[in-house]
Write a protein that binds this ligand. Structure first.
Ligand SMILES: NC(=O)c1ccc[n+]([C@@H]2O[C@H](COP(=O)([O-])OP(=O)(O)OC[C@H]3O[C@@H](n4cnc5c(N)ncnc54)[C@H](OP(=O)(O)O)[C@@H]3O)[C@@H](O)[C@H]2O)c1
Length: 483
């Protein structure tokens, strides 16, 4: 249902862009100058929306999703009515469509160019094999908060509005929250236990605890991206040297003090969300450093995946020379109002008002709406890989790309300061004025020592994550299933 709803919204957005936007106006003018007519229908028909689902906290479902994408086929759900209801048998956009069936009055029409034709087109596709993946954006995630400390909210927002609304310290965590036991999920797919288990409740000695926030925000994605490397490593043409992009959606709140290498999953932390986002920073920003590559290399090796072992295509399995290593990037969406915050609708509206105030007080990070928040991830996804690699010094000077806006809300992408890494892993003598905008009030200039510590910590994070990945492969027995 959610996939269907999301695809419907994307489809509506696409149509708007193709028909009425600035882009559409330009296309009209271009076509006119060539003496032809621009048809928005041609534009929308080049885009397909397919839906696949997994629960990042159910690791078996993550492996199953990867297997489906690498070795299986995918499709899109069937078309529905405007209200998401089932269409009558035989309607366009459904598997049962047949031209011979008399269409219901309110069923989708297929007259060329009609709204019905646009809505019905592309639904109900099935049996499609993915040739390769250019980009994956790892955006799903949870905050894991149970509420807000209201006294602290009032105090912090009144005393330091912008910093309090950018790096809030008043969200209440659920310390020690772990995911449901994987062995339970396996047998009873979606267990309907109402309450979130805590670390102390998890009894199975064979199954080490998995932090809920850690698994949703980092580990589930980490496994998925690794298992998708067979698709991400396929070049777009035999002469291409460019692999796919793995794009993390991090957070501006990922401060150093929230993370401890001895508590990788944030199980004992009072800020597991921020800890998980800091971990993503370490992984992405250090992934290509020469000192870290030795540890991170197996992660990017497509022949090292469970999906590759499952593949029936032996030729592809052996042909390692044709693979191109995927690259990892980190972005963040600024601050926007979404369901991630545990707020009632009215409080959400009030929060939105405050985000406007923060923007008017000079914050570039208050993107307020998801559309503006998405700009950095979309930019990282669409920019030419070679150009992005050049900007990042081929892995030696990586940046955290943030979504930002000007005071009127016009979106842009800005490099973001990362404690211990600066704006690009380079120790600079001065911080220019443009970069001061959006800087945390108590930010400390990068030193050589801090930069070295960041690199060492990055290597440790990669080491621990790879250990954990292998440990869970063993616990879940996913490799045994391939024998
Ligand atoms: N909002 C902000 O200000 C802000 C700031 C910094 C970073 N971010 C990051 O931006 C990303 C998107 O957040 P958002 O604000 O858009 O939150 P959101 O509206 O709550 O969306 C989060 C999405 O993640 C999915 N998700 C959560 N847990 C999952 C799991 N275990 N398996 C599969 N899907 C799961 C949710 O799916 P279901 O609804 O089906 O559960 C939902 O679609 C997150 O990574 C967040 O940390 C947001």
């Amino acid at each position: 249902m959610k996939t269907r709803f999301t695809i419907s919204r994307l489809r509506a957005h696409l149509r708007k862009q193709a028909e009425y936007s600035e882009f559409a106006t330009k296309q009209h003018a271009k076509a006119k100058s060539q003496g032809i007519e621009y048809k928005w229908e041609d534009t929308v028909q080049r885009v397909h929306f397919l839906g696949v689902e997994a629960d990042l906290c159910d690791l078996k479902s993550v492996y199953a999703l990867a297997d489906k994408l690498v070795n299986g086929t995918v499709g899109s759900p069937e078309a529905t009515t405007m209200d998401g209801l089932k269409l009558p048998h035989g309607s366009p956009g459904t598997h049962s469509f047949s031209e011979d069936i008399q269409q219901d009055r309110w069923a989708l029409s297929q007259n060329p160019g009609s709204i019905g034709a646009q809505r019905s087109w592309g639904w109900g596709l099935s049996g499609l094999r993915l040739p390769r993946l250019d980009i994956i954006i790892m955006s799903a995630g949870i905050g894991g908060w149970t509420g807000l400390d209201w006294i602290s909210v009032v105090k912090c927002v009144l005393l330091d509005t912008v910093d309090a609304l950018t790096w809030p310290t008043f969200k209440l965590p659920n310390p020690g929250a772990v995911v449901k036991r994987q062995s339970l999920l396996k047998s009873a797919k979606l267990s309907d236990e109402a309450t979130q288990p805590l670390l102390s409740d998890q009894q199975n000695p064979d199954e080490p605890p998995l932090g809920e926030v850690f698994c949703s925000n980092v580990f589930g994605h980490y496994i998925l991206a690794h298992e998708l490397t067979p698709l991400l490593s396929r070049p777009s043409s035999p002469s291409s040297h460019v692999g796919g992009k793995i794009v993390w959606v991090g957070s501006i709140e990922a401060l150093a003090e929230h993370f401890s290498i001895d508590d990788l999953q944030g199980l004992e932390s009072f800020s597991p969300y921020e800890s998980s986002k800091r971990l993503a920073d370490y992984l992405a920003l250090t992934s290509e450093l020469s000192s870290v590559k030795r540890i991170s290399e197996p992660y990017f090796d497509p022949s090292n995946t469970v999906t590759a072992f499952k593949s029936r295509d032996d030729k592809q399995k052996d042909d390692k020379s044709s693979f191109v290593k995927p690259k990892m990037y980190i972005t963040h969406p600024g601050v926007f109002v979404s369901d991630i915050y545990p707020l009632h609708f009215i409080l959400s509206m009030i929060f939105k008002c405050f985000t406007y105030i923060a923007r008017w007080l000079g914050s570039p990070w208050h993107t307020i709406y998801p559309y503006e928040g998405a700009v950095s991830a979309v930019w990282a996804a669409l920019i030419d890989t070679e150009e992005l690699e050049k900007m990042e010094g081929y892995g030696e000077r990586k940046s955290k790309w943030g979504s930002a806006t000007d005071i009127r809300g016009a979106e842009r992408v800005m490099k973001t300061e990362v404690p211990g890494w600066g704006w690009n892993g380079q120790v600079e003598n001065t911080v220019d004025e443009a970069r001061r905008k959006g800087r945390k009030r108590d930010a400390v200039d990068l030193t050589k020592e801090a930069r070295e510590d960041f690199e060492v910590m990055g290597a440790k994070c990669w080491g621990k994550m790879e250990e954990l990945r292998k440990e869970w492969e063993g616990i879940l027995g996913v490799r045994d299933e391939t024998k």
